[in-house]
Design a protein around this ligand. Structure first.
Ligand SMILES: [Zn+2]
Length: 291
């Protein structure tokens, strides 16, 4: 991969996710430093109208507007206009990396979301994991780059940093520290890779590979008939094996994972997925090998 000569650091793609928005302020005030020898860093609040209202979005989710289908179905609205103008301004910058900062209400700690498992991103995961052993590396490479709808996929290179648990609209110390640590590691990686100065990387590490969402059971009126099981809630990235409880009905009956495959739930009870009744996303755990 060619050297990355610029980073577009995006906050406020979701207007109520405050770690990234406050990190943006800290950078403006010189309280968090992004300077690196081999690249320039430009910061951006992606959805100021949503931020001013304290909302995830005004009309539609901005972080789902960047694949061909979203462009074709584009209705008029704040986020459609924003997506168009962001693409016009930034998408053609060949040697740019977009880093998009997010919060989740799920207990995901610091999670680096990678949309490609190319050698470059595998190495980035290894480096970040080496700097932050408790971080999670989540590959969402199940679809091609062009089909990705996330803002960070608008150009050729991009990643997301997802930090939780933090309620949307709240700002807490620990998630902000985790976000700073992960951003520092990602910026360092890009700079070191540019200068061919990466340290020795562990040849193998554990990472998660996205499978898909699980929705809550609903009755014929679209009302939920169960909740995430209390033994699973808050246990993002822990294994779920056949027979483990997944949901609990309102009368107290367990509903279990009934497949043979071990899976790793995350985005468990994410507040922003409320309307779609998504209870969690599932991943597989695999060993990533750099060789
Ligand atoms: Zn977000």
């Amino acid at each position: 991969m060619e050297a990355i000569d610029s980073v577009l650091l995006v906050s406020g793609t979701h207007g109520n996710e405050l770690s990234g928005i406050y990190l943006h302020h800290l950078i403006q005030q010189g309280l968090y430093r992004t300077e690196r020898d081999s690249l320039s860093v430009e910061t951006l609040i992606a959805n100021p109208a949503a931020m001013d209202k304290g909302l995830r979005y005004v009309d539609q989710d901005l972080n789902r507007q960047f694949n061909a289908r979203a462009r074709q179905n584009a209705q008029s609205g704040n986020e459609t206009r924003l997506a168009h103008s962001l693409r016009e301004t930034y998408a053609d910058r060949e040697q740019q990396m977009v880093i998009d900062l997010h919060n989740t209400t799920s207990n995901m700690g610091a999670t680096l979301i990678l949309l490609s498992s190319s050698p470059y991103y595998k190495k980035m995961g290894a480096y970040v994991k080496q700097q932050m052993p408790n971080a999670y590396i989540l590959f969402e490479d199940q679809i091609a780059w062009e089909e990705q709808a996330y803002l960070c996929s608008m150009g050729k290179n991009g990643v997301m940093i997802e930090v939780g648990a933090q309620a949307h609209g709240a700002l807490q110390f620990e998630p902000l520290e985790l976000m700073k640590d992960m951003l520092t590691a990602v910026l360092d990686f890009i700079d070191l890779a540019n200068r061919n100065a990466l340290p020795a990387l562990t040849p193998n590490y554990e990472a998660y590979f996205y499978l898909g969402p699980v929705t809550l059971p609903l009755d014929e009126h679209g009302v939920r008939t169960a909740m995430v099981h209390p033994r699973l809630d808050g246990r993002d990235f822990e294994v779920l094996r056949r027979g483990d409880p997944m949901f609990i009905t309102f009368s107290g009956d367990d509903m279990v994972w009934d497949k043979d495959e071990d899976v790793y739930p995350h985005f468990i009870n994410e507040a922003a997925y409320c309307l779609s009744h998504v209870a969690m996303e599932l991943a597989q755990k695999k060993t990533v090998s750099l060789s």
